[in-house]
Each structure stands twice: as C-alpha cells, then as structure tokens.
Design a protein around this ligand. Structure first.
Ligand code: FMN
Ligand code: SF4
Length: 500
C-alpha cells in the first residue's frame, strides 16, 4: 500500500517555440461529433461559487469564464450546473427557461473573449440531499426516528424491557446522554445509517428506494437532463456534458455500490441502464448534430466501488449509444470523505478518493502528475477495440506542454485537460502558442483553491489573488480580501508575435 509521505515539486519542463507549438498534436484541430475543435487543449468543469443564491449568472461568473476564454483553449466546460428548479446555493442552474438569458450572455462572453475559437460545453448535474453534520441535541431530540425497531435494540442493549413502552422524550434524552458518555451503547442501538447521520450528516443514496423521489429517479431524470440540454442549445452552447462522475446521482447509479433491485442496480448491465436512458432522452431532445459528452469515473477508488474494468465496459456502452466524447475522472466520492465539523457538510474531496480526483504534491512515489492517464488510456483502448472513434479526454495533474504532447503521441487520450494549471494561469495556452511558455505561472498543486471550494467560497488562486489589489477595475471577492481574476497579460512582443 503506497504511503502519502513524498513531497513532489512540479518538475522542470521545456516549453516549445511558437512554430513547434503550431505543429504539435495538442495545438492541432480535432472533431467531437460533428463539431470542429481548433485544438486538443481543454479546460474541464470547475465550480467557482459565483452564481446568485438563485443559481443565476452574475458579472463574477462572466469574469471567471471570460478569463479562461482569453487563453483560447480548444474546449471550455462550464461548471456543474443544476438541472432541477430547486434552491442549490450559489451553484449555476439550468432547470428552467428563466435561466436561459443569463446563460446566453455567458456564451456570448466566451465567444467574444476567445474570438470564437473556444468551443463551450456546459456540465449538467443532479445530486441527492446532503445535510450538515447536526448538533447531537438536534439529532437526538428532533431528527432521529424513534420506532419499534430502535426501542427493541435499546431494550436488548441495556437489558431493560421497560424501554419498549417508555415515552419517546425519555428515549431521546437517554440516547443524547449515551452519545456523550456511552458511545459503545450507542453503537449497538443506532443503525449504521443513523450513526452516519449523527457523525457526518444525513445523506441520501440512490439505493433509498423507500423514498418515493429516489425510487422514481429512473422516471424523472431522463426528462430533467433532456430539458436542461435543450436549454443549453437554445442558450447557444456547443454541447452538454452529462455529469456522471464523482459523488453525484449518476455516478452513484454506475457504482458497484449501487444495489438497487428494480433493474437499475446490481450487475453492470443494470447500473448503466439509467445513464443510457438519460443519454437517449437527451439525444432525442437535442438532435443528432448536437454534442453530448459524458464525464465519468475510471475508478471510484472507494472500497466496493467500480474499477477500471467496469469503466472500460461503460465506455464502450456510452460510445455505442452515441456519446460524442468521454471525459475520464477518478474518485471524489462521499464514502471515504473526512468527518466534517458540526454545522458543516461532508465534502467528497477529503478522503483518498478525493485525493485521486485532485491530487496534490504530498503524494506517494508516483506523484500527482498525469496520475489518472492510465484510466483514460484503458478506456480509450476498449472503445477503439469495439470499433468506435469516440474521443477520450484525460485530466488530473496536467501542467506542461511536453507532458500533454507525450500523452497524445502515445495514444492515451485525444484531448488533454488542465483544471488547476489553467486556474493558476488562464493565459497559459496562449503563452505556449506564442512561444512564451517560460512565462507560464505554474500551479503548485497544493489545493488552496480546493479549500475555498470546500467552504463554498468564491474560488481564486493563491498565486495571483492578492496581486495588485488596488489596480483600477479589479473586482474583489465578497469579503474584499482577494481579487476575483488573474491579472491580464500581454505578450512582451505584442504586435509582432505568432498566431494571434
Ligand atoms: C475548484 C474546483 C472545482 C471543481 N469543480 C468541478 C466540477 O464542477 N465538475 C467536475 O466534473 N469536476 C470539477 N473539478 C475537478 C476538475 O475538473 C479536475 O478533474 C480536477 O481538478 C483534476 O484536474 P487538475 O489536476 O487539472 O486540476 C473541480 C476542481 C476544482 C479545483
Ligand atoms: S490555488 Fe494552488 S492548486 Fe489551486 S490553482 Fe492555484 S497554485 Fe494551483
């Protein structure tokens, strides 16, 4: 078992001349479905927590995407955007037609800043309820269900049959006391799910088919995703990305941990059924010429979860069902997340699976760089062996031109995506294109940005968020302490340079 005790540094790298970049694979055109893409450079979805509490596009959202578009990546994917018309905090939403005008402005902003070179997709997400870790008083006195089964466990554990008939408030008070002084007793009385709700906060699962809205997900989700995609098309996006990755509903259907017994859980064929039905409904709504991509996990990483053999098999199913690209991520699950503080919600990027999703420089011998590429390579090989040309996107610890070029040369992926490196320097693709790679501000992979995400704070990068705070036109975070966007960049030899 690898230990996370090795401190890595982003290794030195050689940057290409403008001519070399122009001839390279990474900066060469490709197709996704019927869409021409100018380059194989890619910015995957990143939630910056900048929408209104109603999920509407704000000037801060526009600034976030404008800044990425300045670098003119081949593809830019807009953050996970909620497909339901329900309050979700400052997460973008696409669950009603009233969101279309704001999203259309976002599309226009990216077109303008990328001079029409960047293809823009939007990631569509569904998630189940996750509540904050409760105060023990609240849990025992209000949330806990005191039913006959609990009474029986209490009577058996304590050897006192009187608990079978005791008044409910007495039971609640007794358990609250046990929570403070007799944890072993509590372990015998509460079910594993109840203990989880106490220690981590209540969390719904796709297997909770006793809840009508969870049982009905196979009936409701295809229509919700399809309508979201229709709105994306109306707003002018070049495509949609179905979010089947990380801790959310669709990834949980795909996971080996999904044991639903209604034909949508258990064996692989059943676990992939709803994801395929969502894809089919979405395709039917937007037509055959519109890009529908899928982001999903090459490995759940958690115990009992799906592995690469499942993911390769799913990849072939998605390809034969007409997905236009497969974007491979890893981990990011709730099951192994760290215990949150009271009053906070569990965050799926804190455990081992979270590490694998956004690896940092404190690592094992292998280090964080390009760590997830073998998953994309295995999925791509399976998809190609089945006769499909569906492009595969890899991400995770991508930081350099040579690294991306080698991945493409070896045929491990068709597009190479960089999230944090692009946040650290939104101009880095442009700098490389112009032969100014030596000016790239390099990500340190220490996850300050992820810490902000965890607390739903407006996401920025530590390398630039305090630079020239008082310069004219600098927009700041709501607490006034950080700038919201990287300072702008102009080539030192502006006017004479490269392909601009
Ligand atoms: C602040 C932040 C927000 C993220 N939000 C999303 C998201 O909305 N959807 C998604 O699929 N991945 C999300 N990710 C994961 C990234 O897309 C990417 O897979 C991960 O950061 C690893 O790539 P990197 O090493 O290039 O950063 C997020 C990552 C960060 C740092
Ligand atoms: S905050 Fe750190 S990990 Fe995040 S983009 Fe900046 S340098 Fe990279």
């Amino acid at each position: 078992m690898s230990r996370f005790t090795v401190r890595h540094r982003p290794p030195p790298t050689r940057w290409p001349t403008a001519e070399e970049a122009a001839r390279s694979r990474w900066f060469s055109p490709a197709r996704i479905g019927r869409l021409e893409v100018a380059e194989r450079t890619w910015v995957p979805a990143m939630v910056p927590w900048r929408a209104t509490e109603d999920g509407v596009v704000t000037p801060e959202v526009l600034e976030w995407y404008a800044r990425f578009a300045d670098g003119q990546p081949g593809v830019l994917v807009v953050e996970a955007t909620g497909i339901r018309d329900v309050a979700s905090g400052p997460l973008l939403r696409i669950g009603d037609d009233r969101f279309i005008p704001g999203l259309r402005t976002l599309v226009e902003t990216v077109r303008e800043h990328s001079q029409g070179r960047t293809r823009l997709f939007i990631q569509c997400i569904d998630f189940l309820a996750v509540r904050r870790r409760p105060e023990p008083e609240k849990f025992f006195l209000r949330f806990l269900d005191v039913d006959a089964a609990l009474r029986q466990r209490l009577a058996a554990a304590s050897g006192e049959p009187a608990w079978l008939e005791a008044p409910e408030p007495a039971i609640r008070a007794h358990l609250l006391d046990a929570g403070q002084h007799d944890r072993p007793l509590l372990e015998q009385i509460l079910t594993a799910r109840e203990r989880e709700s106490l220690d981590y906060g209540y969390r719904e699962r796709v297997g909770d088919t006793h809840l009508p809205w969870v049982r009905d997900l196979p009936r409701t989700l295809p229509g919700l995703f399809a309508e979201a995609a229709r709105r994306a098309r109306v707003a002018g996006f070049d495509g949609v990305e179905l979010h089947y990755a990380h801790a959310y509903t669709m990834a949980s259907f795909l996971s080996r941990l999904n044991t639903r017994d209604d034909g949508y859980g258990g064996p692989r064929e059943h676990r992939v059924r709803l994801p395929l039905e969502v894809l089919a409904a979405t395709r039917a709504r937007v037509g055959s010429d519109y890009v529908i991509g899928i982001r999903y996990l090459g490995d759940d990483v958690v115990e009992g979860g799906s592995r690469i053999d499942d993911a390769a098999w799913f990849g072939v199913r998605f390809a034969e069902a007409g997905a236009d690209y497969l974007s491979v991520s890893k981990g990011g699950r709730f099951e192994d997340a760290r215990q949150p503080k009271v009053g906070e919600a569990v965050y799926p990027y804190t455990g081992r699976s979270g590490y694998e999703c956004m690896p940092t420089v404190i690592s094992d011998e292998r280090g964080p760089f390009g760590r997830n590429v073998p998953l994309a390579a295995a999925i791509r090989a399976a998809v190609r062996a089945a006769g499909h040309a569906t492009p595969v996107v890899t991400s995770g610890g991508i930081f350099a031109f040579e690294q991306a070029e080698a991945i493409l040369r070896r045929g491990e992926a068709d597009f190479v995506a960089a999230a944090r490196q692009t946040l650290a320097d939104p101009d880095w693709f442009r700098k490389i294109r112009l032969g100014h790679g030596d000016l790239v501000r390099r990500c340190e992979f220490t996850n300050y940005c992820e810490g902000l995400d965890q607390h739903h704070k407006q996401v920025t990068c530590k390398l630039w968020d305090r630079v020239a705070l008082d310069a004219p036109g600098v927009r700041r975070t709501s607490d006034g302490k950080r700038r919201l966007s990287a300072p702008s960049w102009r080539p030192p030899d502006a006017g004479a340079a490269g392909r601009e």
